[in-house]
Design a protein around this ligand. Structure first.
Ligand code: URA
Length: 216
């Protein structure tokens, strides 16, 4: 499919019916299914192992991800990388992506401040996420935070209620929800270590499950 031939221009327009991540990535570059494409630098598609056992789903690209065109390369990504290593989840086992593929922000002076995507934007992007996951065919979808959980489960969910549970899902054997690393970076400094440890504890459950050491 040529790049110019495909542009999604409405939230309910389908994405290309293909199993190929490069084709999906190419087609997603032109997505105009919601208004976020207007101000973002570029579409930030997922990356990682094409046959990953785990797809990690974040919220949306941040400032640095928007500039570099790659997911989780900013401060939240660095924290995620550290926590995955602490949980002994190897990068070769994961594919990392976001529920929403364009950066939503408001400008404050020279800074671009993250804004949470709304339900219309999450739903408009959901077909891309579904297609990525269908291509990778992971055993587990790891949702970081409420936007990822809302997109994957197709409804708003409270993290507290669903955190660290193996939930059966049609897109993978299980969905597992934990906090978003940006939420850890936002808590007061005196609470940060405790929240980070809790995050790692959740990821260790996933790591143990992947190694067959923990039943779901
Ligand atoms: N936060 C996200 O949810 N995703 C990114 O890619 C970066 C920060």
């Amino acid at each position: 499919m040529s790049r110019a031939a495909f542009a999604r221009t409405s939230p309910d327009a389908p994405v290309p019916q293909t199993d190929s991540l490069p084709s999906l990535r190419d087609a997603a570059r032109n997505c105009q299914a919601c208004d976020l494409f207007r101000r973002a630098t570029q579409t930030v598609f997922g990356e990682g192992s094409e046959h990953a056992r785990v797809v990690v789903v974040g919220e949306q690209p941040g400032d640095q991800e928007d500039r570099q065109g790659r997911p989780f390369v900013g401060p939240a990504g660095k924290l995620l990388t550290r926590a995955l290593a602490a949980a002994e989840i190897h990068p070769s086992e994961i594919f990392v992506t976001n529920a929403v593929k364009h950066f939503k922000f408001e400008e404050r002076g020279k800074r671009r401040i993250h804004q949470k995507p709304n339900t219309t934007e999450i739903n408009a992007c959901r077909p891309w996420l579904a297609a990525e996951i269908a291509s990778v065919k992971p055993e587990l979808i790891l949702c970081l935070g409420s936007t990822a959980a809302q997109s994957v489960l197709s409804r708003k969910v409270g993290i507290g209620e669903h955190r660290a549970k193996f939930m059966p899902h049609p897109w993978a054997k299980y969905v597992f929800i934990t906090t978003h690393p940006s939420a850890i970076l936002r808590v007061p400094p005196e609470d940060r270590e405790r929240e980070y440890d809790r995050f790692v504890r959740d990821l260790k459950i996933v790591g143990a499950w992947l190694r067959g050491e923990h039943a779901a």
